[in-house]
Unconditional design. Sequence first.
Length: 107
Amino acid sequence: MADKLRLRRGDTVVVLTGREKGKRGKIMRVDRSERRVVVQGVNIVKRHTRPSAAQPGGIVEKEAALHLSNVALADPKSGEPTRIGFRWLTDGRKVRYAKKSGEVIDA
């Protein structure tokens, strides 16, 4: 069963390890069952595709998925990698916040 993840589509993340280390981008897709994310402009791979009615064949560059453990949320204040916590607001909403700065992520 897929656990609830702290990262969501649209979050800006920093890559922590691998050849893409230090790069940042927005999360385009989250795969909860595999615990992987696709980050815009990061981990670009080339795929050889066959021509079809919809598109011509050739070599297509696209983003490949990264494991969740290799990315961290970029702190809204400083831009540094940070962990995510949960907090209850006075109006009763449960929101995510950046542990490094204490800044609320979900406005």
